[in-house]
Design a protein around this ligand. Sequence first.
Ligand code: HEM
Length: 184
Amino acid sequence: MTVPLTVDFVAGRQGAWSIDRIVPVTGQSLPPAACLSIVTTGQPPVEAVAWQLKGTVSHARYSHRSELVELAARQEGLGRPASRRAVLIPIRKSAAWWALAQDERRAIFEEQSRHIRIGMDYLPGIARRLHHSRDLGEPFDFLTWFEFAPEDEAPFDAMLSRLRETAEWSFVEREVEIRVSRVQ
Ligand code: HEM
């Protein structure tokens, strides 16, 4: 994969994923749509689109070397045949978060909130990709994408509950869950 890779999440009438439901978790939701497609050519369709979100797959900001090594050993990639379900979670963090220094954000993210430690418990069942959107002038700062087998949906939900109780999540001011299933 070339980094950075630009990814467009396009909601409309067609796509490889059918949208099961859109849940506004914090702040404003997104309009309803039938399907979601993931476009990596940089040329998303311009017509008949309900909404469209863009992000780039970029370098890690907060992970320490030991964490990157552990993640690489445990995680599996996107596109596994068993991954019939997926969730797109766009997230925007508050001005207070962005006013912090990098070391203060890392301390909240991992030393206080244990984001990586919690996430690690759900590997390799959950495959993931983080996209950065903040510097693109998008409505969200991050587009988080997760793929898993149907039997991993309950553990995924448990992970969401754990993460949303953390200090990191007190800085989340907009969050939407888009639950999808593979069309074929
Ligand atoms: C499979 C479980 C998960 C693992 C292993 C995991 C791991 C990570 C890692 C390693 C990073 C830091 C990347 C860096 O160094 O910059 C990160 C960032 C992030 N993750 Fe997760 N994560 C998981 C689940 C989730 C979930 C369920 C959400 C959303 C509900 C989420 C949202 C985010 C966001 C928004 C960031 C960016 C934080 C920032 O830069 O401020 N993650 N995750």
